[in-house]
Design a protein around this ligand. Structure first.
Ligand SMILES: Cc1cc2nc3c(=O)[nH]c(=O)nc-3n(C[C@H](O)[C@H](O)[C@H](O)COP(=O)(O)OP(=O)(O)OC[C@H]3O[C@@H](n4cnc5c(N)ncnc54)[C@H](O)[C@@H]3O)c2cc1C
Length: 373
């Protein structure tokens, strides 16, 4: 009988694993893929995300440092920078593998290449069945990401309204060319995909190019992506990968009597930007801490504390990211025109990215700005 079984070895599962190991929990982590594995992603890791790590990232994982953004809306463009690094760029196969190694360091047992087929709660324990056998634990953390249906043991599947779809490609390029084109910026194009955006992010040997938006607003994502690639001069035959991202800020059930959902499985994503790695890491850590508390001394055996901790740390922030996103996309001609013509708005938005200003305050501040204009 394990104290906790963690399902999924992405940023959330690996962070839960590391924290569980450090807290002395008898832990098994099950990951269906062999690592390193490919994960469709822009690979932007904000300062906020990095701040949750209790170790330094090796220099060779950091492919690019970004200090600013070039943001466009239908031909109108603005570029702004901070005097510090806003985010670093990583390749997810390398980054996720490193996080999983950091979890293993704490003594947790990790089985890769073992897909979980079922997770069933009973009054006494959680039973987790894989292709290779059945395991029992007092508690489980489901960190299976946006895809997968194990989370339905806690809540029903999200409707399309609460999901985004993305298509991403890695466009190979020389470092010198990437530097000339992007410098220290990421490019973001609003108006390409309703309810979302197109992006070009710099990496060491490739551009991450993608489009994403609400499923209902992006009925032909592949065609939109091909158009986006072409309009930016990328004419090769690139491998396109589709993936879902939960629309963050929506109220979702994230706890069962013995099971917690974390990361994308819980829907913890910034609804405007699509940033999810920070919340995946933090929610994984919180899930492990709550389970450790219950295992070690909490007589009530109640996991509900996890909900209130997530709510207090970032729940309100994500809720307002959704409100902000809805306002922006409801009146794009007005809102994005102001967004891309007012450097103060971008400068202030960078503080949201840094997590030194929350969405609620930013929304208040920007509504005042809209009104003044
Ligand atoms: C195209 C795209 C671009 C993005 N760009 C960014 C970005 O630039 N910055 C950012 O912060 N966020 C970005 N995101 C969001 C970010 O990728 C996610 O929020 C983050 O990966 C969530 O981490 P996670 O650990 O919850 O899930 P995942 O990273 O999806 O990890 C889940 C893991 O669970 C495993 N798994 C699934 N099912 C099972 C099973 N049945 N049994 C065992 N293992 C299983 C999977 O193999 C996987 O390794 C992007 C997302 C997409 C789709």
């Amino acid at each position: 009988m394990y104290d906790v079984i963690i399902i999924g070895g992405g940023p959330s599962g690996a962070s839960a694993g590391r924290r569980a190991g450090k807290l002395g929990l008898n832990t098994l982590l099950l990951e269906k893929e062999e690592f390193p594995r490919y994960k469709p992603c822009g690979g932007a890791l904000s300062r906020h995300a990095i701040s949750y790590l209790d170790f330094e990232l090796p220099q060779d994982i950091i492919e690019w440092k970004v200090t600013g953004a070039r943001i466009s809306f239908r031909g109108q463009t603005i570029e702004a920078h901070k005097d510090h690094c806003l985010s670093i760029m990583v390749s997810r196969d390398v980054f996720d593998n490193f996080l999983l190694e950091k979890a293993k360091e704490t003594g947790v047992k990790v089985h890769t290449g073992e897909k979980v087929l079922q997770c069933v709660e009973s009054p006494e324990c959680v039973e987790v069945t894989t292709e290779k056998g059945t395991y029992q634990a007092r508690f489980a953390i489901i960190a299976e990401g946006a895809h997968g249906l194990l989370k339905t043991c806690v809540r029903p599947v999200d409707s399309d309204e609460n999901n985004r779809v993305c298509v991403v490609a890695e466009v190979p390029a020389e470092e010198k060319e990437i530097k000339e084109r992007l410098g220290r910026t990421v490019y973001i194009y609003f108006g390409i995909a309703d309810g979302g955006y197109g992006w070009i992010f710099p990496h060491k040997t490739y551009y991450s190019v993608g489009v994403g938006g609400l499923i209902k607003d992006l009925p032909h994502p592949k065609e939109t992506m091909l158009e986006f690639l072409k309009s930016n001069g990328f004419t090769g035959d690139y491998k396109l990968k589709g993936h879902k991202i939960p629309n963050g800020g929506v109220k979702r059930k994230i706890t069962g009597p013995r099971v917690l959902l974390s990361g994308d499985a819980a829907g913890f994503v910034d609804a405007f930007l699509g940033e999810g790695i920070a919340y995946a890491i933090r929610s994984g850590q919180l899930a492990a801490e709550v389970i450790a508390g219950v295992c070690q001394n909490d007589k009530t055996k109640d996991l509900k504390k996890y909900e209130s901790l997530c709510q207090a740390e970032f729940g309100t922030h994500l809720k307002y990211s959704l409100i902000f996103s809805r306002i922006m996309h409801r009146f794009p001609e007005k809102t994005f025109k102001i967004f891309t013509s007012n450097s103060k708005m971008i400068d202030k938005y960078f503080e949201v990215v840094d997590y030194t200003v929350d969405y609620k305050d930013y929304l208040r501040w920007s509504l005042l700005n809209f009104k003044l204009r």
